[in-house]
Write a protein that binds this ligand. Sequence first.
Ligand code: OAD
Length: 250
Amino acid sequence: MTAPPWFSPAVIEALRAARHVAVLTGAGISAESGIPTFREALTGLWATYDAEELATAEGFARQPRVVWQWYESRRAAIRAAQPNAGHRALAALADLVPRLTLVTQNVDGLHRRAGSPDVIELHGNILRSRCSREGIVMEAGSTSESPPPCARCGAPLRPDVVWFGEILPAAALVAAEAAAAACDVFLSVGTSNIVYPAAGLPWSAAARGAPVLVVNTTAEGQPRGPNIHFALGPAGAVLPALLAAAWPRA
Ligand code: OAD
């Protein structure tokens, strides 16, 4: 049996008193749903697959069928996956604090399926497609071998996700930065915190003095500083324990 996670009393106090909590999640929160992360040494997607070929507009232009099929296989895995206790704890947190801003780098839609309202998706959503020429979002639906043509202009559809070298959806980024700049507590959950601009959000909160709680299976590579606290362990165990520690009677 593993020991229950320890939480800094300062974080628990700040959570109870918080008017606005901001949360940033990454691939680690969906790991317990069976969806691989990106950067873990043996199991991460980028350990096996070439991000340059599969997650750039240039790679898509070179090999549209290969890229489309890779995303189709990820879509199938995501559709078959279920939200886990970590996603559900964040959905419950929305009812425990006056205001919660949930920002995710994940494209899997599992926060919404767990019941979180108003999820800010910084990197898009893999279950949607959009026209690679005009950007119009279309229903994915298709399981074809190659990218289906846009119904309007005939250009190939692509997954509605942000690829390397592309800018993030402006409204999502503005809302995420505003939350980091105004929140009373910031939770950084299951992210390696190295892909910017998302990785700048916890820094921005900590720099103003808001406590940041990093929930991760490892502290390696994570930001360090006076306002940065850690709760190490799988998000599916740590987040329910965090809620139980802060609101024992909820
Ligand atoms: P990474 O794969 O970089 O990091 C996943 C993090 O989750 C690591 O720090 C792990 O230690 C941690 N982790 C693994 N299992 C966990 C668990 N059960 N509970 C808590 N933490 C756990 O994924 P991201 O940080 O999300 O972008 O990567 C950021 C972006 O880089 C992604 O959105 C994607 C990727 O390339 C694009 O595709 C644009």
